[in-house]
Design a binder for this molecule. Sequence first.
Ligand code: NAD
Ligand code: 6OH
Length: 497
Amino acid sequence: MPEAVRIRRGSPQLKSILNYIDGKFVCGPREFADVNPADGCVIAQVSEADEGLVDQAVGAARKALRGEWGRWGIRERAARLHKIAEAIEKRFDCFVSAEVADTGKPVALASRLDVPRAAANFRAFADLIKTAGLESFQTETPDGRNALNYAVRKPLGVVGIITPWNLPLLLLTWKVAPALACGNAVVVKPSEETPATATMLAEAMSDAGIPDGVYNVVHGFGANSAGEFLARHPEVNAVTFTGESQTGAAIMKTVAASVKPVSFELGGKNAAIVFADCDFEEAVNGISESVFLNTGQVCLCAERVYVERAMFERFVEALKRKAESLRIGFPLEKTTELGPLISAQHREKVLSYYRLAREEGAVVVTGGGVPQFGNELDHGFYIQPTIYTGLPESARCVKEEIFGPVCHVAAFDTEEEAIRLANDTKYGLAASIWTTNLKRGHRVAQQMNVGITWVNCWFLRDLRTPFGGVGLSGIGREGGVHSLNFYSEPNNICVRL
Ligand code: NAD
Ligand code: 6OH
């Protein structure tokens, strides 16, 4: 099998990233550039799939369902999923370097979060599919006899998986693993910004003995490109998507014509509530991580921080010190804590919010601009971690998802007010609550209008738990048995006894 990411002839630095269809790397008719956000250099040319190639990928997936993959039982599939996890770990350093080059995220972060989670995703769903049962009911009939109802899981068929650039391999495998555990074949469309690791995963699939056509990769963009071609393909049985809420709306329109199930993990404008009775240091560190991790490019990041008035100034000062101490730099430097944003275009969007915040009357506590390095990092898409105070709750910067290393901190006086402010959003993905009062922690958590609430922690994940959002933050839940329920169709069998 050819290498997933190849050095292009005549240009030793430039790689070529291809589509992967039916176990082969395939060129499309056009190419686009893959840019390293840390220095703005083109690191690869990516082959874009046209509608014909997307159709071939879907056809390969359909064929795989009719082949040995479709005949394997749960035990065999689960064993192969464990092998995929091992194959990822075998290539750990390659996955880390590719993810760092594509996203600009710090090598320390990719090594501790993205790549280990990719392997963990396969292990978690391999184990779960072996133990997850479905309900059964003994039904009494009017004539005094009985019937037995039980359900079995059937794969959906071909699943289209469309993913974003912020945690590319983590979020892709979060969907591929349960889809394969349930016996589906998949066609994935990774973000055009981060095509490398989805392509490298093809090699891990091959190492693990996953039959050709079960895992296919098509590269390209969204509208009128591979993303849309995949979503509207009549032979795709379901679409699972992670990305912006507006994109979710567009995909929903596209799939409506062929009526398929969708699972959407979308944007957020997440709140954190910090009570004066919190463990101060734990809260400052936790909020700092929840605002700045991955340069604020995690859907779960807090962009609205509500702090009890009694300690507002002390907290803002401590968070400012923390933000100013974050080490911005080369992603491959082990001590780097903050990398660049994903692209020049995304930095322009975040900077437009930095400008808007000032127009809306914000007090700039720290940041608000672009750092200067005096070296090649000045060509990267770096931005300062930024904290604002003083905005009215109606400000666009308090209402709209920015997706950068930025938060607005506001004071509150009562628990009721904090809950009202946190819930005053069209989104509803995640919240965090910081208090040492156990009863208050539970009480407030249960009133959060979101899919995921953390108390005295953030982004602490157990893969068996439901994950998703309410409102503009998504449709449905994935995680644990929720994923199995999305990626399979129950067939209820009623047997007259
Ligand atoms: P995006 O919506 O721009 O793109 C995501 C994917 O959708 C890409 O692969 C893109 O090519 C594709 N796409 C775009 N338009 C399409 C269309 N019309 N039809 C089919 N496919 C299309 O998102 P992004 O900028 O890559 O990621 C950032 C966003 O993702 C943020 O809003 C963030 O909150 C959200 N996100 C949410 C979660 C979650 O779990 N809720 C996780 C990560 C990111
Ligand atoms: C969004 O950017 C992060 C999503 C995280 C997950 O989906 C997960 O499973 O941890």
